[in-house]
Design a binder for this molecule. Structure first.
Ligand code: GAL
Length: 685
């Protein structure tokens, strides 16, 4: 086998737990996997006790035997560091390695991810086990790469142990130097929160009102992210000493309170994502009126592409969800495993590892089904997998092709985290981001997320003809400079209400709003208000179209001669006042919309700003189908994905090769329920 993500192969794998099965089953399982086209297995992420059953006692034979068998049968292995589940001998002897609740009660052994990242004892034991597993197994010829831990911050992304308190103080001391500067940065004079020493500072605790100083909270989330990154770095530094040349280091995600971009840049060869689209069908949360369901996973995949342009899927769903206590969902219908596999590939994943080979008959996840059921008998999910493998063999040339987007939604961690703790921010950010996703998907306009951090340069922005940066309350000089240069060179950008309200500390700025965005937007925000409940019918009139203005409204004025009022409020206390300003800036234009965005508003912006469906001339699709294009060597691979169980019709305006069937198709085509097409065509986008 070639290397994973080598740009030449699309490879499939699975997650296997040798510790759950008698050794006698291993070889037959490996042979059956091979028969289904599986070339890689991931192992060991929860198997610490199989390697160090008691403190300082190492038993390598178990995985030695498994790796030898894998090698004998031509199977490649991704080995994991087993640090997501510290063993009982460790948590009993050193309870300080455990995480705690906000009230300081320890989170006990008995589930998973019960540790904290900052305990010096845990770090020492982790460094030790990673040295041992890497030292022993990294040279094995079956091993091709490493997974660090498992799903950082899954289930729990807040940490309140005593070690976290201490580490938080160190983090703050490093950031602010003196307690006086910390007091200033957190505005502790408010409600007499002033500290006289770092030792008085704590991670968020229960308070009388429930509210915690918002600037402390923002720094606390940054601290969590920093803690995860340092923990990952500790492991990747050790792994790098041992891995064979060409072997990779990855981790799987993706969860909150982590700067995954920085984590990946510093520590990983590439990032992997765990894709469980069937969450959309959980029986508890099921919303029949919600049309997007499993298509929402495309949004997460868009984010993963931004973290790691080359990425794989470490866990791709194959069976029903179901912990014995939560998350119940039906078994994927026939065709959905194929659809979800193609969804991942359409967004750029060239490695798909299915979760999991066999369903475990015991433990919390005994209803979380894998490919095989408990008996292991041939079933329709395995048959579907074999069909998927055949399909992938027909589309290997797609490997390495790059997702094509000419629109980007700009994000950054400061604003994502601020929107979590600040309700004014959160209540506008979430609906606007949802609306952008839905509108762009329905219009079949591919988009990327661009996270503004120090690594982003003008060249990266220049590939987009349009940026949406819906509500960046926090702005910095540096980020604004980058955006100004982008627009000056001919780009277009759209902002929404409350832009530029805050600085990096999360303080509201005292300049004219929108603060640092004043120059670029040519907009003066004279006043603002949450939408009053009795003003639900207020809207914005733009060239005859009535756009909604929900949740929040800025009252605007054009500032400067290059700024023009494009639309005004109708109704409400801002009736007749400007609601949309367009500012010509260099060769480009910046738009400031005074409210939040719903799906129709986004679609109207796209129309007015002349962003059309990129493949309009090639094919017509219903809104319910996703369009994704990957390009390589002048060839476009056009994915059409039908998320509905009903068949749909698409129209091809000229003949195209369809890779999965090997046929040339033209005219009106019936796409079956959950069906997928992969067309190939010389690139003319
Ligand atoms: C993932 C996790 C797996 C398994 C799966 C199903 O989050 O990495 O270990 O738990 O979900 O619950």
């Amino acid at each position: 086998m070639e290397r994973l993500l080598d740009g030449k192969n699309i490879t499939i794998g699975t997650c296997y737990y040798p510790e759950h099965w008698g050794r006698k089953m291993w070889e037959e399982d490996l042979l059956r996997m091979k028969d289904a086209g599986i070339e890689v297995v991931r192992v060991a992420e929860f198997a610490w006790s199989k390697i160090e059953p008691r403190e300082g006692e190492y038993t390598y034979e178990f995985f030695d035997d498994f790796l030898d068998l894998a090698e004998k049968n031509g199977m490649r292995v991704i080995f994991s560091t087993p640090t997501a589940t510290p063993p009982a001998w460790l948590t009993e002897a050193y309870p300080e390695v455990l995480n705690a609740t906000r009230d300081g009660d320890l989170i006990r052994h008995g589930s998973r991810r019960h540790y904290n990242y900052n305990s010096p004892v845990y770090r020492e034991y982790c460094a030790n086990i990673v040295e041992h597993v890497a030292g022993h197994y990294a040279g094995h010829p079956a091993v091709i790469g490493w997974q660090i831990d498992n799903e950082f911050n899954c289930e729990n992304w807040a940490f309140y142990s005593e070690s976290d308190n201490k580490a938080f103080r160190r983090f703050l001391k490093e950031k602010y130097g003196t307690v006086e500067r910390l007091n200033e940065a957190w505005g502790t004079v408010f409600w007499n929160q002033t500290y006289t020493a770092f030792s008085e500072v704590h991670v968020p605790r229960r308070t009388n009102t429930g509210a915690v100083n918002p600037h402390l909270e923002l720094d606390y989330i940054r601290f969590i992210s920093d803690s995860v990154r340092k923990f990952a770095a500790m492991q990747s530094d050790i792994l790098r000493k041992y891995i064979k040349p060409g072997d990779f280091i990855t981790t799987n995600g993706m969860f909150g309170h982590i700067d995954n971009h920085g984590l990946t840049r510093d520590n990983l060869t590439f990032y992997t994502y765990d894709s469980y689209p069937n969450f959309a069908y959980c029986v508890d949360g099921f919303r029949p009126e919600e049309p997007f369901k499993d298509r929402w996973s495309s949004r997460a995949l868009t984010e993963v592409r931004s973290i790691s342009p080359k990425f794989g899927i470490m866990e791709q769903q194959t069976g029903a969800n179901g912990w014995n206590v939560s998350m119940e969902a039906p078994t994927p219908r026939i065709g959905q495993i194929t659809l979800w596999t193609m969804q991942s590939i359409a967004h750029g994943a060239d490695y798909i590892s299915y979760f999991r080979w066999r369903t475990c008959p015991f433990g919390t996840e005994m209803y979380w089904h894998g490919i095989l059921d408990y008996s292991g008998r041939e079933n329709r999910r395995l048959l579907e997998l074999k069909e998927i493998h055949k399909k992938l063999c027909r589309m290997q040339e797609v490997a390495g092709a790059v997702y094509q987007a000419r629109v980007a939604v700009v994000r950054d961690y400061d604003n994502i985290w601020d929107a979590e703790i600040d309700h004014w921010h959160g209540r506008i950010q979430r609906p606007s981001e949802d609306a952008l996703f839905v509108a762009l998907q329905q219009k079949h306009i591919m988009y990327d997320y661009v996270y503004l951090d120090d690594s982003v340069n003008e060249g990266q922005l220049a590939r987009y003809s349009l940026l949406f940066y819906p509500h960046p309350e926090i702005l910095t000089e540096k980020r604004m400079k980058l955006l100004e240069n982008y627009v000056a060179a001919g780009g277009k950008i759209v902002f929404g209400c409350r832009t530029g309200q805050k600085d990096l500390r999360g303080f509201c700025v005292m300049e004219k709003l929108p603060g640092l965005a004043f120059r670029l937007t040519g907009t003066d925000v004279l006043e603002y208000s949450l939408a009053a409940p009795d003003e639900a019918d207020v809207h914005v009139l733009w060239d005859g179209a009535e756009l909604s203005a929900p949740i929040f409204r800025d009252m605007l004025a054009a500032a400067g001669e290059d700024a023009a009022v494009l639309a005004r409020y109708v109704g409400g206390c801002y009736a007749g006042e400007p609601a949309l300003i367009c500012n010509s800036f260099g060769k480009g234009k910046a738009y400031y919309y005074g409210s939040t965005f719903d799906v129709d508003t986004v679609k109207f912006f796209l129309e007015k700003l002349s962003v059309t469906e990129p493949l309009e001339a090639v094919l017509n699709l219903p809104e319910g189908c996703e369009l994704a294009v990957r390009r390589k060597d002048g060839v476009d691979y056009i994915f059409v994905l039908n998320y509905s169980k009903e068949e749909v019709k698409i129209t091809l305006k000229s003949p195209l090769d369809e890779l999965l069937s090997g046929e040339v198709e033209e005219g009106e085509i019936v796409l079956s329920g959950y069906g997928v097409k992969v067309y190939k065509r010389g690139s003319q986008l």
